[in-house]
Design a protein around this ligand. Structure first.
Ligand SMILES: C[S@@+](CC[C@H](N)C(=O)[O-])C[C@H]1O[C@@H](n2cnc3c(N)ncnc32)[C@H](O)[C@@H]1O
Length: 269
């Protein structure tokens, strides 16, 4: 019943914005765990993708980190101005800003509590998190070389508005690197929005199998994190949200009624 009501309300842009704001403010405020850095479903790379060379300890959330790593590896970042829209708890920003060495990395998120948490737990000179909306990016025209967007734009009120903001802030020749999911009915809508964005599609791939393999590989540690961090009465609901094996997210991705895509687009020079 609740699922049907949510489904109906999500047709309204104002509801999607409100829902995202409340959900992610509450998560960062009430679960400020400093070793929980990611909120995406993760990625296991294809055999022909170059390996990630990590020094030090194995990251706690290896597969969500790989989602960022193998997206960022698609375009050069060194010395560039990078903006991430929907940076969440900041783990991807931390990894890219230190591994790929951009000149500066700005993480933008709607949730002020997520921004405050990310600034606290990822203090690096070339990295800063700011609060703002994907639909009104608080940065000047033509100031950014690469925009990164990981599993976030499904939550925006108007994706067209986000894409026109990306086009505005990108320098000519700059890139948008985007990963996200949609139902099989609404993925064509996203494809059309990207085609109409004024950006040129460079790469488009269905990575659903890579995400399914990640969900399976991360399942035990994800369930343990939920057990440790989430109050017992919320654990069932949160397990659905987090997409454990057997959740609706996992099952729909497996049967193909939901798809997960990766895109590279470029602003014409
Ligand atoms: C599923 S989480 C992904 C977070 C992060 N990209 C990651 O992979 O860990 C979605 C994020 O998008 C942010 N978000 C949702 N709507 C937004 C908007 N209109 N503008 C900026 N950020 C938004 C949320 O606050 C949340 O942090």
């Amino acid at each position: 019943m609740l699922r049907h009501i949510m489904f109906a309300l999500k047709r309204f842009a104002w509801f999607k914005r409100l829902n995202a704001k409340i959900t992610y403010e509450l998560l960062a405020k009430h679960i400020p765990a400093e070793d929980w850095h990611f909120m995406n479903y993760g990625y296991i790379p294809n055999a022909d993708e170059s390996r990630m060379e990590l020094t030090g300890e194995k990251p706690v959330q290896l597969y969500p980190l790989q989602m960022y790593h193998h997206l960022a590896a698609l375009e050069p970042m060194e010395g560039k101005q990078v903006l991430e829209v929907g940076s969440g708890r900041g783990g991807g920003a931390r990894h890219i800003s230190q591994y790929f060495k951009p000149a500066f990395y700005t993480g933008l998120d709607l949730a002020q509590h997520a921004v405050d948490l990310a600034n606290k737990i990822h203090p690096f000179p070339n990295l800063k998190f700011i609060q703002g909306s994907a639909e009104a990016i608080p940065l000047p025209d033509c100031s950014i070389d690469v925009v990164i967007n990981v599993e976030s734009c499904h939550a925006y009120g108007l994706v067209d508005k986000f894409l026109s903001e990306v086009r505005r802030v990108l320098k000519p020749g700059g890139y948008l690197l985007l990963v996200d999911f949609r139902s099989d009915n609404t993925m064509p809508v996203l494809l059309k929005q990207l085609q109409d964005s004024g950006l040129t599609m460079i790469r488009e791939e269905n990575i659903s199998q890579n995400v399914i393999r990640s969900i399976e590989a991360e399942d035990a540690s994800k369930r343990e994190r939920i057990r440790l961090l989430i109050p017992p009465k919320w654990q069932k609901l949160f397990s659905e949200f987090a997409g454990v094996v057997g959740s609706r997210f996992y099952l729909t991705l497996q049967e193909g009624s939901r798809q997960y895509y990766r895109f590279v687009l470029q602003k014409p020079a």
